[in-house]
Write a protein that binds this ligand. Structure first.
Ligand SMILES: [Zn+2]
Length: 87
C-alpha cells in the first residue's frame, strides 16, 4: 500500500514538474518572440500613414494621395500647380 502511494506521489511530482517546465518554456518563447519583433511603427491597426500635399500642406491618407516626382499631392490640380513656394 505504501509503495502504491509512493508511486502515485512520484507520478504527480513528475506531472507537475513537466507542466511547470512547459509553462516556463512557453513563457520564454513568448518573450523571445516579443523581443525579436520589430517595434510597431503604427500602433493603430487599420490606420495608415498620412502624407502632406506639397501645395496646400493638408494631410491625407497615403492611399488617397497623388504621388509624383518625390512629392505628394491632394489632387491632380495641385500636382499641376506644383509645390507652394512661400514668399
Ligand atoms: Zn493640395
Amino acid at each position: 500500500m505504501g509503495k502504491t502511494l509512493f508511486w502515485i506521489a512520484v507520478f504527480f511530482v513528475v506531472l507537475l514538474g513537466s507542466r511547470f517546465l512547459a509553462h516556463q518554456a512557453a513563457k520564454k518563447r513568448f518573450r523571445d518572440e516579443q523581443a525579436s519583433k520589430p517595434p510597431q511603427s503604427n500602433p493603430l491597426p487599420g490606420s495608415e500613414a498620412m502624407v502632406q500635399c506639397a501645395h496646400c500642406n493638408i494631410f491625407l491618407p497615403r492611399s488617397e494621395a497623388l504621388l509624383t516626382q518625390d512629392e505628394t499631392w491632394c489632387s491632380q490640380a495641385h500636382a499641376q500647380l506644383g509645390p507652394h513656394r512661400p514668399r
